[in-house]
Ligand binder design. Structure first.
Ligand code: WQD
Length: 338
């Protein structure tokens, strides 16, 4: 079986990608430093797939630990690199923690891959690189803008590091720019685990629906959009996961040389108020909410042009907004409630 290294493989998108890799007949080699995800996610993945997972606890900021993985698993064909700190507002307060972790881990990984003759890497990037776009319906040619946060800057700089290293001819890179991944595995064994008060919209909606939160605050109702609230492109995490498999195989097959970027979204924009209504339609649960001031750093409107994903990877999203919200709600209900 084709072995694929997955860094941050116990995280939200990483764990769903690991499940889809196994479903597609690959053997993932999962590494994670457990700083953001509990080891119990390993057992949850095994429960879904019925297979034992190859896992090693690895600190990517320690070069020797990555080298040891490539020495233990010489047949690794490609790498999917998820591992990163990813909280926008935490990055504003602790920028050096973000620059050190997210950039040094990427540089170490690239050096180790090149030293062991590996040349295919899929990078987890983000639509945040587009900043506030001129045209909210962005394709991959939209200009990369100055980052709105140190987190967003580490994604932008990560792409630049990968682009420059690819230019040496030693690496082939596919950088996948996620829009807003939401939802969970239909078994509810894995999903977007929260550590304290949710930052993101959909986990906040599901925690409000289950009664953990009193109400949802809608951050901003005076934007220049159809109903005044922000527009985003919400995409099921399983659709995102499947795109990673297509991307890593595309690289292993030598179909992309050098560096390329691809948007991963549904291609549709939804406002915050539309998401509240969509949740109610999907679950029958009305969400109490209030209109609150804008949240600093929010982009008024951004959603993906996904024509390139179709053309290059033959990928199109399969799950509907209703699937996303229902899976997110089922996951919330599966969690122990205080
Ligand atoms: C969505 C919309 C909020 C919470 C983030 C990261 C981005 C990417 C996706 C990694 C916004 C509004 C939210 C709430 C609200 N992650 N909202 N009340 O900020 O679009 O993107 O996740 O790749 O890098 O920045 O996602 O879910 O936080 O917000 O009104 O309680 O929901 O203002 O308009 P965001 P989000």
């Amino acid at each position: 079986m084709s072995q694929i290294l997955v860094t941050g493989g116990l995280g939200y998108i990483g764990s769903h990608t690991v499940v889809e890799l196994i479903n597609a007949g690959y053997e993932p080699i999962v590494i994670d430093n457990l700083s953001e995800s509990p080891i119990e996610v390993k057992g949850r993945i095994e429960k879904i797939t019925g297979k034992e997972l190859i896992f090693r606890q690895v600190e990517l900021c320690n070069q020797a630990e990555i080298d040891a993985v490539f020495e233990e698993f010489p047949s690794i064909q490609g790498t999917i690199h998820f591992a990163a700190f990813l909280l926008v507002n935490e990055s504003v307060h602790e920028p050096l923690k973000y620059y050190y972790n997210n950039l040094v881990s990427t540089i170490n990984l690239l050096e180790s891959m090149a030293a062991h003759g590996k040349r295919s890497i899929v990078f987890s990037s983000s639509c945040t690189v587009y900043g506030t776009p001129e045209n909210p319906h962005v394709d991959e040619n939209a200009p990369v803008q100055p980052a709105e946060s140190p987190y967003g800057n580490t994604k932008k700089m990560g792409e630049e590091i990968l682009r420059d290293f690819a230019a040496t001819g030693k690496m082939d890179v596919m950088s996948l720019r996620y829009f807003n991944p939401i939802g969970a595995h239909p078994t509810s064994n894995i999903g977007e685990f929260q550590d304290g008060e949710p930052h993101h919209l959909v986990p906040y909606i599901t925690e409000t629906a289950i009664g953990k939160r009193k109400e949802l605050r809608v951050f901003g109702s005076d934007y220049d959009t159809r109903d005044g609230s922000c527009i985003r492109d919400y995409i099921h995490v399983i659709d995102i996961a499947k795109a990673h498999i297509l991307a890593v195989q595309h690289l292993v097959d030598g179909k992309t040389k050098g560096f390329d970027v691809i948007n991963l979204g549904s291609g549709n924009g939804s406002t915050v108020l539309e998401m509240i209504n969509a949740f109610e339609r999907a679950t029958g649960i009305a969400i109490p909410y209030s209109l609150a001031p804008r949240r600093e750093g929010d982009v008024p409107a951004v959603y993906a042009n996904i024509g390139k994903a179709k053309e290059v990877l033959n990928w199109t999203p399969e799950k509907s907004l209703e699937d996303m919200l229902r899976d997110a709600w089922n996951f919330e209900q599966s969690l122990p409630q205080e």
